[in-house]
Write a protein that binds this ligand. Structure first.
Ligand SMILES: Cc1cc2nc3c(=O)[nH]c(=O)nc-3n(C[C@H](O)[C@H](O)[C@H](O)COP(=O)(O)OP(=O)(O)OC[C@H]3O[C@@H](n4cnc5c(N)ncnc54)[C@H](O)[C@@H]3O)c2cc1C
Length: 412
């Protein structure tokens, strides 16, 4: 284990042997990932070399159930691993979220959901195909859901449609902000079964091969932060996929979204990791211990000490809620756990950016030079609270509404 002050869970937190081993593994890869992060950010290029390392370490199969040859990580274990990655390279951690959750949702999460015996058998057949691609072939999966409409916020059906055709489905539509575009072997997209009236209940979760005829990647990618995610636009024109493209049986994604709310917290570990990295950098910088910098100490100034104290308080508040949220994660959580999940997501995303801002203010002008990681952490951290479906605004929106109304209640 690396220095426990900068570990994701802090010292004394109870971990099982698998979790300890996985954290050690990611910590051992971390310095190499961090070394490359500057280049991916400057070029806005995908972290291919980092993925080669993840593949070689067997981490592409992290959330693949053990019976399908993976490491069988649950949401809690995934989140701790993901946050550890986030300390070293935000873009790698964020894109890894898309891949790992493509394995987790059809895996451990789906096992908790109600399915008929026929659906369960079909799901086992289909997911075996997806898992084999990852375990045997090293495939990478993306999760392009966003469309620039109310759909990604969970408020309307997806406009991308799947029409039943002989032996499979024909997909038409458009996805924006598709992280891993051009790098993923499969795009696990959410779309709506084409019927006279589109319904969220008919959401389908389908994996489209990156080389499928009719799929094109368009637009440029030159954003403020998370530049290595390469989140461009995907167009689908009569793209045919066979039945086994389904990552979950018909109707099951809708059930998951209603009954397993913590499935939407999985972007936040990346930002928990970024917050820890910004704090660690600040301590090292003020102690004159940053590699490649003259050993100038700045820790003796009371204002610096107060700022570091403020960062630590914010970090501990954030980490506590993060770990509590992970304890809560389960199917059909009670209402207070659901509200706490929104609060945790809000806090992690907002505080990560606050902590990075404080870090720059405290370390000073030299710390925002591109030769040091802090300005990248700052820009990357800005992206967290913008990500649907649980943006900072929507978390507040949901807490306010769900705190004041019980399901089905209205003022009429
Ligand atoms: C670095 C990065 C990587 C990303 N990767 C992916 C990816 O891999 N897959 C993917 O699917 N998406 C991805 N996204 C997209 C992301 O999840 C959001 O969909 C996107 O940021 C929304 O941008 P927008 O301007 O279209 O938001 P809009 O839909 O215009 O929303 C703007 C804001 O309005 C609020 N809002 C939106 N809808 C509602 C509503 N119905 N009611 C009330 N308030 C609402 C929200 O707070 C939201 O932040 C990524 C985004 C970023 C920044």
């Amino acid at each position: 284990m690396s220095d426990p002050r900068y570990s994701v869970v802090g010292s004394g937190y109870s971990l099982d042997s698998k979790q300890r081993e996985l954290i050690e593994l990611v910590e051992s890869l971390g310095p190499r990932l961090a070394e490359r992060a500057e280049r991916y950010d400057r070029e806005a290029s995908f972290p291919h070399e980092n993925y080669a390392d993840l593949r070689a370490a067997g981490l592409l199969g992290l959330c693949v159930p053990e019976k399908f040859g993976g490491r069988g990580a649950d949401l809690r274990t995934y989140s701790i691993v993901s946050a550890t990655l986030g300390k070293y390279c935000g873009a790698t951690a964020l894109t890894y979220n898309m891949h790992a959750c493509s394995m987790l949702w059809p895996g451990a999460l789906s096992d908790d959901l109600d399915m008929t015996p026929a659906q369960r058998a079909e799901h086992d057949r289909h997911r075996a195909i997806h898992y084999q691609r990852v375990i045997r072939d090293g495939a990478i999966y993306a999760q392009p859901f966003s469309e620039g409409s109310a759909a990604a916020a969970g408020r309307a059906p997806f406009g991308t449609t799947a029409t039943r055709v002989g032996g499979g489905w024909s997909i038409n539509g458009k996805k924006i902000f598709a992280s891993l575009s051009g790098a993923a072997h499969y795009y696990g997209l959410l779309c709506t079964e084409a019927k006279p009236e589109l319904s969220m209940r008919d959401t389908l979760y389908m994996a489209v091969p990156g080389n499928a005829p009719g799929l094109s990647i368009v637009g440029d990618w030159d954003p403020l932060g998370m530049r290595g995610t390469v989140s461009r636009t995907l167009l689908f024109k009569d793209v045919f996929v066979p039945d086994e493209a389904q990552m979950m049986p018909r109707g099951i994604y809708f059930q998951a979204a209603s009954r397993w709310p913590h499935m939407f917290t999985t972007l936040s570990p990346t930002y928990m990791g970024i917050a820890i990295a910004a704090y660690e950098f600040t301590v090292r910088y003020l102690r004159g211990e940053v590699e490649g910098m003259p050993p100038v100490k700045r820790r003796m100034y009371p204002t610096k000490q107060v700022a570091v104290a403020e960062m630590w308080v914010k970090l501990e508040q954030t980490r506590s809620l993060f770990l509590r949220m992970l304890e809560d994660a389960r199917v059909d959580p009670p209402k207070d756990a659901r509200l706490r999940a929104y609060a945790a997501q809000f806090t992690i995303m907002e505080n990560a950016n606050d902590i990075c801002g404080l870090a720059i203010r405290t370390c000073g002008g030299q710390s925002m030079l591109k030769s040091l990681p802090l300005e990248r952490l700052y820009r990357d951290s800005r992206c967290g609270s913008l990500m649907l479906p649980w943006t900072a605004e929507l978390c507040l929106d949901r807490i306010g509404r769900e705190a004041l109304y019980e399901p089905g209640e209205s003022d009429d």
